[in-house]
Ligand binder design. Structure first.
Ligand code: MG
Length: 246
């Protein structure tokens, strides 16, 4: 038996002996630390500890991706949504984020125009790099690793949970950022879980690298970075966007 095997066996035996000596159920109760209280929101609204990224009116949390000093160039509507302004470019959060829980609602145009990737295309980029695809895939076939809720060209969603064009839909995204050491080497991959309209479509999916239209994902070190929303030329709208840092 190798030393490491011996030590492992000895530790297991010690744990069993210790466990056998525990007779009081209170001995295994852990009281500290106590999780802090968060008040949940109603109807998908932000819980008490969330950063509200878009409340229906205010776009101060957003900037243009072309020029981070310029205001978000998209159209704010009277119904509390914000719509892509085709050609104006992507928008992104003024703040940077790492691990997070993100809630975002989106709507493809009710009047269907185009097909495949040309129908209700936008995207939620985590840390500016990793795209959770936004697309209208209700009765609209495209490549599976590019459909609604794919990690674009990396991971096919488990199911197609799309609502009809014109209907509001939700993404709840749980994201663990990749880790890099001081030499810039990735020591753990990013991971993402996505619920589309409350249905799990990505479960702890490993992120391979950046979302690339052509070619393979790239890996390079980065720190916290903004959430980016894509202008793909379609009139996709967003509303009720909030984030909790984890
Ligand atoms: Mg897209």
């Amino acid at each position: 038996m190798k030393l490491t095997q011996f030590l492992s066996a000895a530790l297991t035996l010690a744990a069993l002996q210790t466990n056998a000596q525990i007779t009081d159920p209170k001995a295994t109760e852990v009281w500290e630390p106590e999780p802090r209280i968060v008040t949940p929101g109603d109807d998908n609204r932000a819980p008490s500890d969330a950063i509200i990224l878009f409340d229906g009116k205010n776009t101060t949390e957003w900037v243009s991706s072309k020029d981070s000093k310029a205001a978000a160039p998209w159209t704010v509507n009277s119904d509390g949504s914000i719509t892509v302004k085709p050609g104006a470019g992507d928008i992104q959060t003024a703040r940077s984020f790492g691990d997070c829980q993100l809630h975002i609602e989106f709507r493809a145009p009710e009047v269907v125009k185009g097909e495949g990737q040309g129908r209700g295309n936008s995207g939620v980029f985590l840390q500016e790099r990793y795209e959770v695809q936004v697309l209208d895939c209700y009765g609209n076939r495209t490549y599976s690793n590019g459909q609604t809720g794919s990690i674009y060209k990396q991971s096919i969603p488990l199911v197609n949970a799309c609502r009809k064009p014109g209907a509001w839909q939700t993404y709840d995204i749980l994201y663990t950022a990749p880790r890099f050491n001081n030499d810039g080497i990735q020591v753990s991959q990013g991971r993402v879980t996505v619920l589309h309209n409350g249905i799990v479509i990505q479960l702890n999916t490993e992120i391979k690298g950046t979302s690339e239209y052509i070619g393979l994902p790239k890996v390079s070190a980065h720190g916290k970075a903004p959430i980016r929303l894509q202008d793909h030329g379609d009139l996709v709208s967003y509303r009720n966007i909030w984030i909790r840092e984890l």
